[in-house]
Structure formats: structure tokens, C-alpha cells
Design a protein. Sequence first.
Length: 367
Amino acid sequence: MPHPTSSGQLAAGEREDAQVSRLLTWLSATAIGFLIGIGAKAWFAGHSTHAWVLWCFIGLIALNMLYFASTGNRARQKAGMIVIVGLLFTYLIASGGESNTGPLWFYVFPPLLFYLTDLKTGTAVLLFCYLVAVVVFQFPGLPLVSAEYSMDFKIRFFAALTFESIFCFVLEASRLKARNELLTLAETHEHAARTDELTGLANRRDMQNRLAMEFSRYQRSGHHFSIALIDLDLFKQINDQFGHDAGDDVLREFAGLIRTVIRQADVAARWGGEEFLVLLPDTSLLQALTLAERLRSDVSRHAFRFRDQALPVTISAGVCSIAKARSLDDLLKQADLHLYNAKESGRNRIAPRVRSQETESSPSPSP
């Protein structure tokens, strides 16, 4: 049964993606405003072709925004923005923009690229852009290349861009490392907050959350579930006679036995002291009684030892199905009452006892 908060770290990634999408939307709107202004300036300066090209990029950015608004596909939004920005900067390098200042806009690209992609992808795209810039700078006579740059400009451009790219790479790598460390720390704290330290089972608070979720599922879809409240018989005598270390060993061994009996969908928790609670989704009362009886039998046969001394360990359990209860509190009260009856009846037994339980557990007679 998946933990209700196990998706907490997944939610962190989802929140980060949503933040990136909001940033991209804001940057897209800002870029449209800048391109409108720069295009208008170029138009009035007599560079109508340059102005129209810039305005065409406005159309591409707007289409990317509309596509994301209609589909919500964040990966396509990122990829579309990177392609558009790459094409824009390629055009600015090839044409020179106004007064051969087009390549200077390329300095915006590295931080945006590393933020939107992973380090490997960002590095690969950036190296491709470097190659484009080298080709344009070294072969100004190529088709669609109308700009020529001085050697001093080329040297300074590549020196500054290389320094910026390395800085952005290191900064993003540090950010990702810190993010991963924080997520790992959060996972550790989350696990500790919902796990019993001694047995490694779920703790009481975690089980209460799971019970609430299972009860909500029962109310929505009618899927029945059962619980088994288990207590180690005469556990105080083990602590008094053999010491608390022996008691801790018994609790750990018993937790291991529970894990071998319950199904993957079931959840076992240390409810408090020597009490344990097992949640059994999609399980009838009879099925829960059968599982509890199997656990009781395994415990009675198991050789609990501490420092070569045999420890007398048995369990009693009270079982109840949600079909027999009006609420979660009522379910727990009934399980506790059955546990009390099992104790009063001599311990090392399961309550309630029903005829069909014995019938189902016994082999069918031969014809």
C-alpha cells in the first residue's frame, strides 16, 4: 500500500516544473515586448527587413505560449522556447543586428539554457551554438551571413561567453547538488517522522493517516477493510526478568515475523509499547482472522532467544472489519474489546472466534 505522503518529493519536482513554466510565460511576454520595441526602432531607422524578422519571432513566441496554454505540456514549452531563442540568436549573429551588436544578446542564453535543461543537454546545445558562432565569424561570405566582425570583437566575445558559460554550469551544478541533498534530507526526515525507530514499522501517527485514507476509500467506493490489534502476552515479565534489551529484541523479531505474514498491500504499525496494529485493505473479517491466526501460530512456534536464553513469547489479537463498525473510532474500540476478550480467555489466541473461520481453515473431507 503506497504511503500517503510518499509522493512529497515528487510534488517538489512538480512545483519546480510549475515554477519554471510560470517563469517561461513571464519571459515570453517580456521578450515579445522587447522585440516589439526593438523592431519598431529598426523600422524607423530604415531597417525594415530586420524589423520584420524580429516581429516574425514574436509570432513564434506567441504560438509557443498558445500551445502551452491549450495543452499544458511543459516539456514542449521548454523545448519550443530553447529552439526559438537559439534561432533568434543565430539570426542576430549572422545578421549582426543593429551596428553589429546582435551577438551581445547571446549572453542571455547560457543561464536560461542551463536553468531549463539538465547539464548534459545544456552543454550540448551550447557547444552547438559555439560552433554556429565560429562558422559565422570565420566564414562571413556564407549565404545569409551579412555581418563581419573584427578580430578583437571575436576574441572578447568568445572569452566573455566562455567565462559566463563555465560560471553558469558550475552555478547550476551546485544548485542541483544542493537541491538533491535537501530532497534526500527531507526524505530522511519524512521517513523518520512516520517510522517506528525500534522496529522499522510504521508508527502510530502514520497508521492513523493510513486508516483515515482507507476509511475515506471505503466511504467512496465501498471497499471493505479490516484491522488486527495485536498485543504481546506478558511482555512486562520479559522486560522484568530478562531486561529491556531482551524486550527490544523481541519487538524487533516480532516485527520481522509480521512482515513475513502480511501481504504487500497490508500495513503494520507499532501502535504503542508492545501493541501493534495491522491494516488489511480489501479484506473480510474471516480473511483477517485467518491471517491473524497464522501470525499467532508462527509466533508460538518461533524460537525467541536472548543471549542463549529462550524467551516465552505469544500474542493475542482482536480483529474487526469496517463492516461491523460505524466509524474509525468504533472500529478501533471493537478491536480493542476483542483483544481484551482474547486476553481474558487465556491469552495466545485470536478474538472473535467464528464458526466459518474454523470451517475454512480445516481441510475438506474426502468423498
